[in-house]
Design a protein around this ligand. Structure first.
Ligand code: NAD
Length: 456
């Protein structure tokens, strides 16, 4: 079926009002959870074939988050889709005022490859919970996960409601020629621009979940061992292929040596120099990303790691030191297991260096000083982050997830996501029995005084 027909079918289904029923939405969410649960083995196998992701990491970083959000939407959709009464102003007395959340219509979700289940299914199921239809286009790079998503969704849901279109640039370009009621995109800032421009032709609102270089401040009063432990976990999870991973470290010069040593100790506890010795550690997604990353490892600045194997697309956890903002590794988002460490003498200068770069998706601060934490939170703009931890903010669906500036626009997770896929329809509901003459001509000075008194 062509895209025009597919979209027309979804528009017709949306117009039938079927998706406006809360009972229908809950039934579909339960069905989705059931389909995923009963096919977990297929999901594990596909992602392992794509880039060696273990069952443990697939469950904790993809499926658990999806299941949690489905349960939350099953529980909260009745409440979040309900009419909300608000106060009415004096001018409109007697009347009621209320907001009716309503679904937007047909939506397009375009996924990125690095968390191929989570980044495709989470926005898609959020759109379904809010009562929309969905066409999902997962990333084509992990081809087995894209295949399994298409098989599971397309054989269990009708195409007029929820459908997976497989493909890359060509298929996405074709999809973008059509008018959707919302486009949700996760991916690079470069492609984000293309999506935004295509959406503008149809005045389609977008949510863009993009990338960037997320800084991590390590201040002199931190707990060095715990800081290193949490950073190593967050940075090398998914082999660094995480949009919110700490991209680079800014460490206070006075603790630099101890911190570098703690990073090394922590890496050695969990990772080895070859893939066969660290089977749970992920591969780099493809050859071109492997080549790109290898070029970023400056041998003169190598502090630890740097082991690689081209055939296995393996790059061991790698730490660079004595790095400056001019180095190649500091120009673009790294998106791989390379951690540059930059030392600073003056926190104000370090903050200014971060502010000179585009606003990042995340920022992390490790410190026991409330004043320093407050200072960084106040002065540096970024999507979201954590104090004394990294990445774990994503597990709290009460925290909206999204970027700012070049790292994106709009946010989702939990109620924020539900609202992002809804329109808030505002209604003033009047009675017939009272109609003051004040707003009607002839206008008199007395009436103007009255209006001023009422309005101000
Ligand atoms: P990408 O931008 O290359 O691809 C994303 C999607 O866009 C894919 O589905 C792809 O098929 C499609 N696409 C690629 N080129 C296109 C084109 N010219 N026209 C139309 N569609 C096109 O991104 P990626 O490599 O999949 O992911 C890596 C990037 O995504 C990183 O920058 C990372 O930070 C970012 N990211 C952000 C988040 C977030 O939640 N903010 C999450 C994961 C990844």
């Amino acid at each position: 079926m062509g895209i025009t027909d597919l979209l027309q079918q979804q528009q017709n289904f949306f117009d039938s009002n079927a998706t406006k029923s809360v009972a229908f939405r809950i039934e579909q969410l339960k069905k989705l959870k059931g389909v995923l649960k009963s096919n977990e083995d297929l999901l594990y196998q596909a992602i392992y074939e794509d880039f060696g992701k273990s069952e443990f990491e697939t469950y904790t970083t993809e499926l658990a988050i999806i299941y949690h959000e489905i349960s939350s939407y099953i529980k909260n959709t009745p409440k979040w889709s309900k009419r909300k009464n608000v106060a009415t102003n004096l001018v409109n007395f007697p009347a009621k005022s209320y907001i009716l959340p309503e679904p937007l219509g047909t939506t397009l979700v375009i996924g990125a490859w690095n968390y191929p289940y989570q980044l495709s299914l989470l926005p898609a199921l959020t759109a379904l919970a809010a009562g929309n239809t969905v066409i999902l286009k997962p990333s084509e790079l992990p081809k087995n996960t894209a295949r399994v998503l298409a098989e599971l969704i397309n054989s269990n849901f009708p195409s007029h409601y929820f459908y997976v279109v497989e493909g890359g640039i060509e298929e996405t370009t074709e999809l973008l020629k059509h008018r959707f009621d919302k486009i949700f995109f996760t991916g690079s800032t470069t492609v984000g621009r293309i999506i935004y421009q295509a959406a503008a032709n149809h005045l389609t609102p977008v949510i863009l979940e993009l990338g960037g270089k997320s800084p991590t401040f390590v201040l002199k009063d931190t707990n060095i061992q715990m800081t290193a432990k949490r950073i190593v976990w967050a940075k090398f999870l998914n082999a660094g292929q995480t949009c919110v991973a700490p991209d680079y470290i800014l460490v206070d010069k006075s603790i630099e040596v101890a911190f570098l040593e703690a990073l090394k100790v922590e890496i050695e506890k969990h990772y080895k120099a070859s893939h066969s010795e660290t089977p749970n550690y992920l591969k780099i997604i493809n050859a071109s990303n492997f080549e790109r990353l290898m070029k970023l490892i400056d041998q003169y600045k190598l502090y630890y790691g740097g082991y690689s194997n081209k055939e296995e697309r393996f790059i061991s956890p790698t730490v660079l030191h004595n790095v400056s903002f001019e180095d190649e590794v500091m120009q673009d988002e790294i998106f791989g297991p390379i951690l540059p460490v930059i030392s600073f003498n003056d926190l104000d200068e370090a903050i200014q260096l971060v502010k000179n770069k585009p606003r990042p998706l995340s920022c992390y601060i490790y410190s026991k000083s409330n004043n320093s934490i407050k200072k960084i939170l106040k002065e540096v703009s970024f999507g979201g982050g954590a104090v004394n931890d990294s990445l774990m903010q994503l597990t709290n669906s009460k925290l909206p997830f999204g970027g700012v500036g070049f790292s994106g626009m709009g946010a989702y997770h939990g109620k924020t996501g539900f609202d992002a896929f809804s329109h808030q329809k505002s209604i003033l509901h009047k009675r017939f029995w009272l109609e003051p003459k004040t707003k009607y001509s002839p206008y008199t000075k007395m009436k103007l005084r009255m209006v001023k008194w009422l309005m101000e």
